[in-house]
Structures are given as C-alpha cells and as structure tokens.
Design a protein. Structure first.
Ligand code: GDG
Length: 455
C-alpha cells in the first residue's frame, strides 16, 4: 500500500491500548500501516470549531473533531440515532424528526469533509465507518478528493420501501454511490443495496454498480471477533461463585445494549412461556440478562427500559420461589473478562434481535464454549449472523412459542449434537475473525480502481 490508511468513525479510542473487538481491529490495522484515525472528541465544546485536534496516539496518529452540545443532539442523538438507526432496523414507527437533525448531521459531515480533504493525499485509503457519515464521501468528492473511499456499514442496509421515510431520500443514492467500495455485513444487505440501484443505475456484469458516471463495488464483509483471545479469556475460569452458578441451575444468558432492536421483551416473554410449560420436578432454568444502558436520552430507549422492567417483574412474580429468581436482569455493563466466563458457564446463549447488522454476541458465545461440552446458541433469523451460523437453533424472534420450544430443545440437546453444531459454528467464527475481516476490507479498497475526478 503506497498511501496511508485513514479511518473515520464516530467513536475513537482515547486509551493507549483499546479494548472491544472492532476498536482493537482498527487499532491493529493502523499500528501496522501507520495511518490516521479520525473521530468525535468525547467532550463537547461551547462553539463549533473547524479543524482537528490531536489526541495522544501510540504508533499512529489520532485526531478528533469537536461537537457542540447542540450538534451532539442533532447529529448523533437526532439524525443518526433517531432517524437512521430506526430506519435501517425496520422501525420507521420510532423515527423522530426535527428539522435541526438533518441540518446538524450535514453540518458535522461537511466539517469532517473539510478536515479530511485538507489532509488526504491521492494515494491514501479512506475507510469510513457506519451511518454517522453516509454523505461524507459525496462531500469529499465535491471537494475534489480522488483517493479511494470505502464505507463499512455496521447496521442493516435499509429496505427500499422504508427509505421513503427519509426526508433526504433523493440524496441517499448519491451518498452511497460516492464510495468506491460499499462494505456491508451480509449478502442480504448487498441484495437490498443493489435493489435500490436497480431502478436508477446500471448493474455491471462484474457486480459493480454504475451511477452518476462512476462505478463502485457493493460487497459483503461479515464482521467477527478476536476469536482466539476471546476463547482464551473464557477458558481462564471465573472462580468458585461462577462455577457454582452454573451447577445450581441451568443458566441461559443474554448480553445486549438495551436497544429496541435486540428483541428483549419477546425474549423475556419466551422465557415466561418456557417456564409456564415446566413441570414442578424439572430442573430449574434461569435467564441472566445483561443489558447495559444505551442512548438513554432518546425517548424510544426509555420506553424499552420501562417495558422490560415491567415484564421481568411480572414473570418473576409468577414463577420465583423463595430461593430462586428465573430472570436476573442487570442494567449495567460487566467487565469483558467476566462476560467471557459467564458465556462459558451458560448452557444456552439467547441472541434474538428483531433486526441486527451482524451481532457479535452470537460469535462471542460460540468462541467462549468448552469444545468438549459446549452450550447451545439460539439465534434469531433476523440477525446478520444467522446468514452463516446456520447450525445454531434459528428462531423467529416474533414467535414466542417457537422461541420457548427452542429453549426447551437447547436444554435437552444431547452432547454429540451439541459438539457437532459447535464445531460447525466455530468454523464460521474463525473464518470471519476480525483480523481477517479487516484485511479483506482493506484489500478490496486497495484494489478498487482510482476514481476519476468529478466534473
Ligand atoms: C453494531 C451492530 C454489529 C455488550 N454488553 C457488554 C459488552 N457488550 C459488548 C458485546 C459485543 C458488543 O458489546 C456488542 O456488539 P453487537 O454486535 O452485539 O451489537 P451492537 O453494539 O449493536 O453493534 C451489530 C456490530 O456493530 C459490529 O459491526 O455486529 O449488528 O448493531 O462485543 O460483548 N461488553 C462489556 N460489558 C457489557 O456489559 N464489556
């Protein structure tokens, strides 16, 4: 690679050695190639300012753009998380519009475009992450940037019909077409993206799309985790209390940011339905749900929290005994090492989103298992992960009864079948390891033809 790698993402690590799968993968990519990472400064400022501020970096440069409180509301909480997030997750009913949202979103993207255009050379690879920066490539092109620009969209590509709920519907195809490589999580996402362009662009025989005089590629790059590191962390063991937790009862585990896309209320209902069908002599099964808070300033996130607390109270009220509570719901994050061990102790991993770009928890659960005596993954068909992880027990997250039956089947599954399914799932997890994912994405971008200047 002759130029630098320039990564743009909303979140940028501020610590020396970052944690978290994606952040680690990007950190490694940049450490290898000595590039530059641009993201939002974690603290807001009084008045908007242009340019980038240097953050302490280790082996590569980190630079941050600043947001005002108003921009955090309009760009981040507003347009990104109250318009684009529900739109892409098929929840247009939860979209909240304010004129200021689109204005703030575009203004922040323009400011980032000015800063990136000022420092990007023609041989650099610009790799942009997620729905916070959809118009960024178009803005960079308008400023004459000829470098290769890639997008990786971590969330589902929107369904064509849903796009009508976007006030910027007319501009959307032009935003996407300004990238050279549009990286998506699954083949289903690729199909949705191509459907958008089928009517208004030319689909080339080599799979690329020709729109507005330029060609770009749309490809699936399923993301994964740092498999070996996670498996190792899980195998360390977590002390006596954890082992006992697993021995006393059959543990089911769920780990999700508290987000309406993750299907938590239906998961609780399915657990309730499963318990309803249990006989009094049956071994006890309980669900440990870890759901750290997320985007709490957005109304829809407060609603889901209330709903979940009500449901947990209701199901526990019906089934709990003096020495046993069937649903343990922890509304706070746990350290990563503890999560890894809990996954391993749990006999069933419940991953039942209503919509999800990929879902890394599904992969973490599989990687954490003891291959000799693995637990069972119950996985929603609506998660991107389900496209390849077909040896999980796949369920429809809207069908409470089916999920209750899957819980039953998972707890009763014989060892030989558990091992066979786990082997197959582990192959998928290894094949999509985050280091491989990152290499595939960057290679595709490096191989893309250099775009011609606009105009
Ligand atoms: C977006 C897309 C896509 C969760 N609770 C705790 C904790 N976590 C960690 C998990 C996992 C990560 O957060 C969540 O990743 P997911 O993939 O499940 O979901 P999103 O946050 O919605 O991520 C998604 C992903 O981007 C990557 O492209 O897969 O579809 O929506 O790693 O373990 N970590 C710790 N404590 C917690 O309590 N330490």
């Amino acid at each position: 690679m002759s130029g630098r790698l320039i990564v743009v993402s909303n979140r940028i690590p501020t610590e020396d050695v970052p944690s978290g799968g994606l952040v680690v993968a990007l950190h490694e990519a940049l450490s290898e190639s000595g590039g530059l990472w641009i993201g939002a400064h974690p603290e807001v400022v009084e008045t908007a300012r242009d340019g980038l501020e240097d953050l302490a970096g280790n082996g590569y440069a980190r630079k941050a753009f600043r947001l005002t409180e108003e921009e955090r509301r309009s760009y981040y909480l507003g347009y990104a998380n109250s318009v684009l997030w529900p739109l892409c997750h098929r929840r247009s009913d939860l979209i909240e519009f304010e004129r200021a949202y689109a204005e703030g979103y575009l203004a922040v993207n323009r400011r980032v475009a000015r800063a990136v255009a000022a420092l990007a050379g023609p041989d650099d690879l610009i790799w942009i992450h997620d729905y916070h920066f959809l118009p960024l490539a178009a803005m960079l092109r308008a400023r004459g940037v000829t470098a290769r620009i890639g997008l990786f969209l971590h969330i589902p590509f929107p369904v064509l019909a849903d796009l009508d709920a976007l006030p910027e519907r007319e501009d959307f195809p032009g935003w996407i077409a300004a990238f050279d490589v549009v990286g998506l999580q699954t083949e289903a996402d690729v199909a949705r993206c191509r459907e958008l362009f089928r009517a208004e662009a030319e689909l080339l025989p080599d799979g690329r799309v020709r729109h507005g005089g330029r060609d770009f590629a749309v490809r699936a790059f399923p993301i994964g985790i740092d498999t070996e590191a996670f498996a190792k962390a899980a195998a360390v063991g977590g002390g006596e209390w954890l082992v006992n937790l697993g021995k006393r009862e059959d543990l089911l585990i769920g780990v999700d940011r508290l987000d309406y896309s993750k299907g938590l209320p239906n998961r609780f209902r399915a657990m309730g339905a499963f318990l309803d069908g249990q006989q009094s002599g049956d071994r006890r099964a309980s669900l440990l749900q870890i759901a750290p808070p997320s985007r709490e300033e957005v109304g829809a996130y407060q609603d889901i929290r209330d709903e979940l607390e009500r449901l947990a109270g209701c199901i526990n009220g019906r089934h709990a005994e003096l020495d046993w509570t069937p649903i343990r719901y922890i509304h706070r994050g746990l350290p990563r090492e503890q999560l890894a061990v809990l996954y391993r102790v749990a006999r069933v991993g419940l991953v039942t989103p209503l919509a999800d770009g990929m879902n890394l928890v599904a992969k973490e659960y599989v990687a954490a298992q003891d291959p000799e005596d693995p637990g069972v993954l119950v996985l929603s068909r609506m998660a991107g992960a389900a496209e390849a992880m077909t040896e999980a027990l796949l369920v429809n997250p809207y069908d409470i009864e089916e999920m209750a039956l899957a819980i039953d089947a998972a707890l009763a599954m014989p060892l030989a079948e558990r091992r066979r399914r786990h082997r197959a799932l582990m192959e998928v997890v290894r094949d999509t390891d985050v280091a491989r994912w990152r290499r595939r994405c960057i290679e595709a971008l490096a191989r893309a033809e250099r775009p011609l200047p606009v105009g």
